[in-house]
Design a protein around this ligand. Structure first.
Ligand code: MN
Length: 241
């Protein structure tokens, strides 16, 4: 009896084990595409360089706060908000931004989703030993669409400098032409299906610890030493399909 009982227990144990293994693989199957498609809950994307890589133009302290506190907070807040919005849970981050843009009932979700996206794009828009002019292909395109390199620099500089309050300046592709625009707060060109090539964050948290009120010095350093033109070229190639 004891042996039978023990045997039965063992069988049940194995069935339970198989059942739990089955459940685990089902979870794994479901989880894989969600990670690949970057759906909620979102993770804070890794920085493309060490936090001190942009010194002295942007300090490790600024990156520590900007990435470790501000960007992380957007991701954490978005995940909390999405827990109460199951209808949005299956969307990619880009779909989520488009779906909530302009909806007065979804302002908080839009703001945090767009800021999560914008910041990831901003980190990639910078690199150590960047800045200056892009490679010949993108340079020619900029010269043609802006009427010269200096005109582009002036336009980008002006957009970043004159954005009143918090926001962003962007190089975008609009109807087959390169343009410079600025956006307020969390607004992003992907709302309008205009592919961005490069962006600079001009919220005060992006530069205040290093430059205080001297936004102009931050923009200058950014253009001269940080702009990641290889990334911009990749975005242009991708946008053309
Ligand atoms: Mn920022």
């Amino acid at each position: 009896m004891k042996a039978q009982k023990g045997g039965k227990t063992a069988v049940i144990g194995r069935r339970q084990l198989l059942k739990s293994v089955g459940a685990a693989s089902l979870v794994a199957t479901c989880a894989a595409p969600w990670v690949a498609r970057a759906k909620a809950p979102y993770e804070l994307p890794k920085l493309p360089w060490p936090d001190d890589a942009l010194q002295p133009m942007i300090s490790a302290t600024t990156i520590g706060f900007h990435y470790g506190k501000h960007h992380k907070a957007y991701v954490d807040t978005l995940n909390k908000l999405l827990a109460d919005a199951p209808d949005l849970a299956d969307l990619s981050i880009e779909e989520l931004i488009t779906a909530t843009s302009g909806n007065p009932n979804r302002v908080a979700i839009f703001n945090n989703a767009a800021q999560m996206w914008n910041h990831t794009f901003y980190w990639n828009s910078m690199r150590p030993n960047g800045g200056g002019k892009p490679g010949p292909s993108l340079l020619q395109r900029i010269e043609a669409d802006f009427g010269g390199w200096d005109s582009f620099v002036n336009e980008f500089f002006k957009a970043a400098q004159t954005q009143f309050g918090s926001g962003w300046a962007w190089l975008i592709l609009d109807g087959g032409k390169l343009k410079v625009i600025k956006t307020s707060n969390a607004d992003t060109p992907i709302m309008q299906d205009k592919p961005p090539l490069l962006t600079i964050d001009v919220w005060e948290h992006a530069y205040y610890l290093d430059y205080q009120n001297r936004r102009t010095d931050y923009i200058k350093a950014w253009l001269e030493t940080l702009a990641n033109w290889e990334f911009a070229q990749q975005q242009l190639d991708k946008a053309k399909g």
